[in-house]
Write a protein that binds this ligand. Structure first.
Ligand SMILES: NC(=O)c1ccc[n+]([C@@H]2O[C@H](COP(=O)([O-])OP(=O)(O)OC[C@H]3O[C@@H](n4cnc5c(N)ncnc54)[C@H](OP(=O)(O)O)[C@@H]3O)[C@@H](O)[C@H]2O)c1
Length: 330
């Protein structure tokens, strides 16, 4: 592990501007939701993060609840920072979030200022950092006034705990309103984090992408491989070392005959492009103008190396897009 980080780490990565901000993000980012918890093998997670950074993946995405157990993915990154990445802190964009259930009682969930600020302080402690680059509200809260939640994001930035504010899983109209409140407070919304992949098209159908472009907000698409389903790994059953095997029925229920039949056709089409299905799925997300970066998960370093090859062919002809849509038509 002596030649870390690679001196050529910036040679091949492309960086896209995040909305109308000063920040550029790599076409691929790495998320630590799965595979980096206290129950996972630390050295595997460490090697995955190092491989990512070695290839110009400068953005690492977290949330307070990532693990399991909740909080442990932040602790894992804290250890990796201390061992490997601390000297390169200024080359990294590290994000975290709060919005899902994190601790007992009325102040450990959703969108109050009380919860968001306390959660961010806990995240910073686990990460061993003075600040994160992006702090997100993780999901809309139907009961807390949007002004309070956005006010908490603004406070996180003004108090130096975060450099930028983001929102995740917000629908188009609420994103517009959140952006207006944040703009009025003087802390523009940097980025939105929606789920978007070949099988999950809502952001293009419900106007979210249009809103983000109108508002000058960047977009980091998550679950771009639908948790691994948009790869060739489930074509012949469920490998023992896969997420489906680890999660059991909640994931396996997605892998019915009809779904796998479509995945098989997508896989065949990917080969006509000289790509694996994972690579085509990533390229397909990145073809969308509103998307700044594709947020990948990975259970081992080789997956990062494989996914990076998606960047060799990001172009789709109209005909190809129609073929893909026809495969996925209900
Ligand atoms: N904001 C939100 O609400 C939200 C929700 C979910 C996720 N996220 C973010 O998005 C990130 C990614 O989510 P995700 O893990 O669901 O993403 P994903 O990229 O759809 O799935 C990742 C999984 O796909 C498999 N994989 C990855 N690269 C591969 C390759 N090249 N070839 C074959 N298989 C490959 C691995 O599965 P195996 O483990 O089976 O090897 C990996 O764990 C999270 O870490 C988190 O940061 C955000």
């Amino acid at each position: 592990m002596s030649d870390f980080p690679s001196p050529s780490r910036y040679d091949n990565m492309v960086y896209r501007r995040c909305g109308k901000s000063g920040i550029k993000l790599p076409l691929l980012s790495l998320g630590l939701w799965h595979n980096f918890g206290g129950d996972d093998v630390f050295e595997m997670g460490r090697a995955t993060v190092r491989t990512a950074f070695d290839h110009g993946i400068t953005h690492l995405d977290l949330a307070n609840n990532y693990g399991p157990p909740p909080g442990s993915a932040e602790e894992t990154l804290g250890r990796i920072l201390a061992l490997d990445l601390a000297p390169y802190r200024d080359e990294l964009i590290i994000s975290t979030k709060a919005g899902y259930d994190m601790w007992p009682g009325p102040y450990g969930d959703f969108g109050s200022r009380k919860y968001l600020v306390a959660s961010l302080d806990q995240s910073l402690e686990r990460l061993g950092l003075d600040y994160v680059d992006i702090f997100y509200h993780h999901r809309p809260d139907p009961d807390t006034p949007l002004e309070e939640t956005m006010g908490a994001l603004d406070f996180a930035v003004r108090s130096g705990r975060a450099l930028y504010a983001g929102i995740s899983n917000y629908p188009a109209e609420q994103s517009k309103e959140a952006a207006r409140i944040l703009r009025d407070l003087g802390t523009p919304c940097l980025i939105h984090q929606p789920k978007y992949n070949l099988l999950t098209r809502q952001p293009e159908e419900n106007g979210l992408f249009d809103t983000l472009q109108e508002e000058g907000i960047g977009c980091i698409a998550f679950s771009i491989l639908n948790g691994g389903m948009l790869t060739d790994k489930y074509l012949d059953g469920i490998p023992a070392d896969s997420r489906a095997a680890r999660l059991g029925d909640s994931f396996k229920s997605r892998l019915g005959d009809e779904a796998i039949g479509k995945v098989r056709q997508l896989n065949d089409h990917a080969h006509t492009r000289g790509q694996t299905l994972a690579q085509m799925a990533i390229a397909w997300v990145l073809r969308q103008e509103a998307v700044t970066t594709a947020l990948c998960g990975a259970s081992r370093p080789e997956q990062i190396e494989d996914s990076l090859k998606a960047l060799d062919n990001l172009d789709f002809t109209e005909e190809e897009l129609q073929v893909i849509d026809a495969i996925l038509a209900p």
